[in-house]
Design a protein around this ligand. Sequence first.
Ligand code: ADP
Length: 598
Amino acid sequence: MGVLAACFGIGMLAAWNPLAARVDHQAYDWMSEAQPAPAHDALVVAIDEAALRARGEMQNIRKILVEALDKIDEAHPKAVAVDVILASEVDPADDARLEAALRVTPNLILPVELDTAGQWEEPAPRFKPLAKAIGHVHHVVDRNDGVSREVALEKVMGSRRYWALGLEAYRLAQGADIVESPDDIQVGNTLVPAARAEGRPMRIRYLASIPTMPLLELTARREELRGKVVFLGITALSAAHDRLVSPMGESVSGVEVHAHIYETLLAGRFLTDVKDSTILAVCAGFTIAAGLIFGFLSGWAAYATAAPLLAFAFYVPVLFFRQDQVFPMVAPAAVAWLSAIGAATYQHFVVRRTLRRTESEKSRYQQAMHWAAHEMRTPLTAIQGSSELMSRYKLPEEKRGQLSEMINSESKRLARIIQTFLDVERLAEGHMDLKRETFPAAAIVDVCMSRVTPLAERKRISMSIETPVDGTLKGDRELMEYAFYNLLTNAVKYSAPDTRVRVRADLRGTELRLAVTDEGMGMDAKELKNIFQKFYRTKRAEASGEVGTGIGLSIVEQIVTHHGGRMEVASTPGKGSCFTMILLAQSTTATHAETADR
Ligand code: ADP
């Protein structure tokens, strides 16, 4: 869950940086291939290079406009938008002629622009009243890639506000008013989703082309203008100060962009940005889907199911675009991929961890079984041997008594081994409540010593208790006995004949140290580190021919730590070892006092 949330967060963050924005724009451009529909109404009359050359370049622009307007007017277009700023009066004679031409132009729209000082450059006073509408000609280009994708339908500076030239042309052509509300503007039946708070942006849907009539062909093709909305402007590269790049990567002049804006309004299909909450919801959907896939499936099934999901993440923007909605490309893709990778990685580790756990449990159990079988073999052999003797031979009463005694004690030992095995298993799994008996430490030392002495005698190893054993222990007597017995048998097992094994007890405060010192083969530092690991045996021990499973000490350590104690080992190879059990204890006298108090 945490992993998925993190992937979602990182994916969303990754989708909110300039690079991602660029990719989103690229995707938008790729999706917004030009609408194949032909222009309906708009037509550009282009003052191109040829026209400028033929008419004496830009100083004659007013004369050129007069010529163009005269011819345009004769064709009775629906509206005429002029994309040449007429802010100043230049030559009285030219201006007078221009004024006359503008006066007879139907539905005239003149341009207004902000100058470098941030002031509106309105048409000169003699031209301004002739216009039915004045529209701004500012373009919005993307800061990163210079592509013109949208238009600010409204532009406010100081106390004045102008609508875009294309919008004004549309309004006049429709013969309608602009009705505004905070979220959109309405022209006739057309509702344009362009919120005031954001500067009323509208995405331009570029057509494949806008019919363009070069100025010099105007006389011959004049009739084509009839009933059209004409955009008159400069397209010559040398003179136009507003050449832009369309999302299709084509160079377009400003006047053409105004015509595209007009056609966008006319088509009435507007692209809007998807709400942030929708983006979040869709992306969260991808995260959840990735989580479910890797939660319920694994291996190839999971990857095979995730693949279409990841592909679908790229397809989501296309689906939205078909509904005229702009959905970012990076956000769903980043979130889906990161979530899938995150979930897959997590799954991988979880699977591996459980596999490792079950494997180690299995081997632990197998080894424990091995140990139990090994430990049980000795008493079983004794029982088998004794019972065979008793049934085969007619033995004297005394010998029979001894043998049945032996069978009895060995079967008890067998029972004890089984009990210990079960206890140790439960101890390892943490399912064991330790018994809380109170008993003198001397009791377990004595029992174990007497049990080990016969073994020691076989190797002529002398066993001695060097100090009186004081102190009372609390815990599981059976297990403690097992632990101490193990230390003693190891000392005997790993010592050469004719050596000594000594036991020392030392009670300091609440700590009882029970030390078993031998003069055996010993261990080096590296071996010492491993001896409490299950099934570890030193090379020396293996070579000595002494049988063992390597499990005893690990059980000893578990028992001791479960009783709140710890183990200490000191050893020198070839010289001997000293294993010390450090246990919590009370001095026997204190315990007596306590008992007496009660
Ligand atoms: P086992 O005796 O069955 O091999 P243990 O867990 O009791 O298993 O001991 C683990 C290993 O530690 C032994 O195999 C031996 O190599 C080493 N070891 C234990 N006690 C001694 C000792 N007193 N002297 C030398 N080596 C010892």
